[in-house]
Design a protein around this ligand. Structure first.
Ligand SMILES: Cc1ncc(COP(=O)(O)O)c(C=O)c1O
Length: 444
């Protein structure tokens, strides 16, 4: 959290207008508070990298230096090292995406690719379409380009195509620059888009000439249920983002954007202006890691951990949370999404949660228009099952303190009309309950 000391900013008034529009990330803002000893951080979506075979990774790093040091430590091409792009092609082929190295550019994390997509597509005031809720880092990246964001509600089957179609009818062909979706184990909701909806999204994208951006960092982190084919595997026009962050290590800052070639040429220009090239050493290291270690087995061990931790979180929620709360039941990925009655304000509740020694991501961060106030995201990826249980207990205590007041208001018939009735998730993930909002909301 930033220092409480007020500092006079002598350059106030000289900053670019876009800095006014740049969304803050509560998660980054809260980082210091959450890192305090004794606080159980259910807010960050940090992958479990404890399963990495560090001695083998060290061997890969050593080989990068001894065999190719002068290349790996030199500048590289802005589209990324060819051998690494070939490795990515092989990995994508395992998920039925068949592309060549010329169909992709390697970026410094997919966060950078999101920024480049914003830079490439968005003029001030242009419309883009996202899911509601959506990945706050994407909303933050896009916000620098000052778009008009239309947010389409999710339910347990992913983005609602009925609402999307309504919106597309209203804005017409080419009425938005792109449709951004995270179809697998969505961040923050944890839900996965069904095959029917993926097919429908592709149809609508063509009917209205609006490209789909499929952001898929979590697709390989499934530990229950059946894989659903990616949209990229069904349609070469889809702009597809993948990353090393959740299948190897986020510290490498290495990801890929697979897209039609004319768009790649534009992204390449953005890349040159941003950082010239992705770290050649990191690309070399990742290439050796994926070629020479049993990374599938390592990932399986991580997924086994995620599954145990997810179950611990679901069990604790079942045991400790009030009947009025609902939550999603992810079949993979790192987090789930809890919704409380509209009376609750999880932004305000955060200070009490921190006092109780637990942190979450308030739902309003995940909507472009501040909706989602009664919801929050919690991650089960990082803490042990025991710590997760304790974290949920602390959260349940914070909620219980407010629940009495909620019931008193309810009994007196004095509950204020909900400003925001977004709701996602069911107890125990038993049945899909549609989001209660019947319309899309829009926000800058
Ligand atoms: C949906 C989504 N997209 C992109 C990113 C950024 O990933 P990277 O580490 O590759 O920049 C994240 C990180 O959590 C994410 O959840």
């Amino acid at each position: 959290m930033s220092s409480s000391r007020l500092t006079f900013d002598e350059w106030e008034g000289t900053y670019a207008e876009r800095m006014e529009h740049l969304r803050r990330s509560a998660v980054r803002d809260l980082f210091a508070a959450v890192s305090r000893p004794g606080v159980i951080g259910l807010s960050g979506g940090m992958p479990d990298i404890s399963t990495l075979p560090l001695d083998e990774v060290a061997e890969c790093a050593k080989r990068c230096i001894t065999e190719e040091g002068l290349k790996a430590l030199q500048y590289g091409g802005s589209d990324g090292r060819l051998q690494m792009r070939e490795v990515v092609c092989d990995m994508l082929a395992e998920t039925d995406i068949h592309v060549s190295p010329d169909d992709m550019i390697l970026t410094s994390g997919s966060q950078q690719a999101l920024d480049f997509l914003g830079r490439t597509f968005i003029n001030t005031g242009d419309t883009i379409i996202c899911e509601g809720p959506s990945y706050l880092g994407a909303l933050q990246a896009f916000s620098a380009y000052m778009p008009h964001v239309i947010c389409i509600d999710l339910d347990e089957d992913g983005m609602r195509m009925d609402l999307l179609e309504e919106t597309l009818k209203r804005i017409g062909p080419r009425g938005a620059k792109f449709i951004y979706t995270i179809p697998n184990f969505q961040n923050p909701a944890g839900v996965t888009m069904t095959l029917e909806r993926r097919k429908r999204l592709i149809e609508l994208s063509h009917e209205y000439c609006i490209p789909v951006v499929e952001d898929n960092p979590y697709g390989l982190l499934r530990y229950e249920g059946e894989d659903v084919p990616s949209m990229k595997s069904m349609d070469p026009d889809v702009i597809y983002l993948g990353t090393c962050s959740k299948i190897f290590a986020p510290g490498l800052r290495l990801a890929w954007c697979v897209a039609p070639r004319p768009l790649l040429a534009k992204i390449n220009l953005a890349k040159q202006g941003a950082d010239l090239c992705t770290s050649p050493f990191n690309m070399c290291l990742a290439e050796h890691y994926f070629k020479e270690t049993d990374w599938h087995a390592t990932l399986e061990r991580s997924c086994a951990n995620y599954r145990v931790r997810r179950d611990a979180m679901l069990d604790a929620l079942d045991e400790l949370f009030p009947a009025e709360a609902t939550w999603t039941h992810p079949e993979g990925g790192l987090f789930l999404f809890v919704t409380l009655p509209p009376f609750f304000d999880t932004d305000q509740m955060m200070s009490a949660a921190l006092e109780h020694g637990v942190a979450y991501v308030p739902g309003s961060n995940c909507f472009p228009d501040g909706r989602g106030k009664s919801s929050f995201r919690i991650a089960f990826s990082y803490e042990s099952p025991e710590t997760i249980h304790e974290g949920i207990k602390r959260l349940a205590d914070v909620i219980a303190d407010r629940m009495d007041l909620y019931h008193a208001f309810l009994e007196a018939g004095a509950l204020p009309a909900p400003e925001d009735n977004f709701q996602l998730g069911t107890h125990e993930g038993s049945h899909a309950r549609p989001a209660t909002s019947a319309t899309t909301t829009e926000g800058k």
